[in-house]
Write a protein that binds this ligand. Structure first.
Ligand code: NAP
Length: 247
């Protein structure tokens, strides 16, 4: 589905980002991915993608929350791969606590990593997309950005912000054939959700009509669709992938 394309994915050393990178490589895309601190995991993954799928894969240690680092990353990726066709703003963190206890640092860290990062990377890749007169941007939001969640005021605000950002970018860049969509996962089985207590996990799964957590592959399949020519008339949308938890 993506033969010969180049995809830049933030935060793909593990979890959902890693699942997306694997699915995209399997479908012929070259992969530029970033990570914050998992150097060993990233090196191993880079080698695995190249060996298994015969595509070009490079991992970059780059803080998505840093404006200048994002620009430097986009320039480096363009130099290494020749172009960027798909950008997936996936990197994200949680710093959960009730508002009463939430520190300014916990708020800022989440907003910078989850929301400012999408501004940083989208702006940094803009030149390439405009030159190509094509591009697909996918922002990883969350159903919590739609519903809100106690203990996640910072996270929910950052994810709701991503939805507004997605719609605005879609309106600004539609005439240039650059599409921008958001994906809102519900409960996906990753290290992020593995941190939850068993009773919290069970309570979440009880609320899901399909009675299971999602897999990284479930999310990757939706990304594949939004990145590919199967979705050329879809932009500005937020698509929930949550087993029916939010309708
Ligand atoms: P995860 O397993 O915790 O992985 C997070 C990834 O982001 C890692 O590769 C991490 O790199 C990277 N990262 C963290 N901070 C970064 C930064 N400042 N710059 C660059 N990379 C950074 O998370 P996940 O569960 O896969 O979640 C991925 C995305 O989906 C997030 O945006 C999350 O909010 C969203 N989401 C997840 C769920 C879920 O149920 N899991 C549900 C809804 C939405 P290191 O390995 O180096 O730390």
């Amino acid at each position: 589905m993506l033969k010969g394309k180049t995809t830049l994915i933030t935060g793909a050393s593990r979890g959902i980002g890693k699942g997306i990178a694997e699915a995209f490589a399997k479908n012929g895309s070259n992969i530029a991915f970033t990570y914050a601190s998992s150097v060993e995991k990233a090196k191993a993954f880079e080698a695995e993608l190249t060996a298994k799928y015969g595509i070009k894969a490079i991992g970059y240690q780059s803080n998505a929350a840093d404006f200048n680092a994002a620009q430097a990353l986009a320039d480096q990726v363009t130099a290494d791969f020749g172009t960027i066709d798909v950008l997936i703003n996936n990197a994200g963190i949680t710093r959960d606590t009730l508002l009463m206890r939430m520190s300014e640092d916990q708020w800022d860290e989440v907003m910078d990593t989850n929301l400012k990062s999408a501004f940083n990377l989208t702006k940094a890749c803009l030149k390439v997309f405009l030159k190509n007169k094509a591009g697909s941007i996918i922002n990883m939001t969350s159903i919590v950005g739609i519903t809100g969640n106690a203990g996640q005021a910072n996270y929910a605000a950052s994810k709701a912000g991503l939805i507004g950002f997605t719609k605005s970018v879609a309106k600004e860049l539609g005439s240039r054939n650059v599409r921008c969509n958001a994906i809102a996962p519900g409960f996906i089985e990753t290290e992020m959700t593995a941190e939850l207590k068993e009773e919290v996990r069970t309570a979440w799964i009880d609320t899901i009509p399909l009675k299971r957590g999602g897999t990284t592959e479930d999310v990757a399949n939706l990304c594949l669709f939004l990145a590919s020519d199967m979705s050329t008339y879809i932009t500005g949308q937020t698509i929930n992938i949550c087993g029916g938890m939010v309708m």
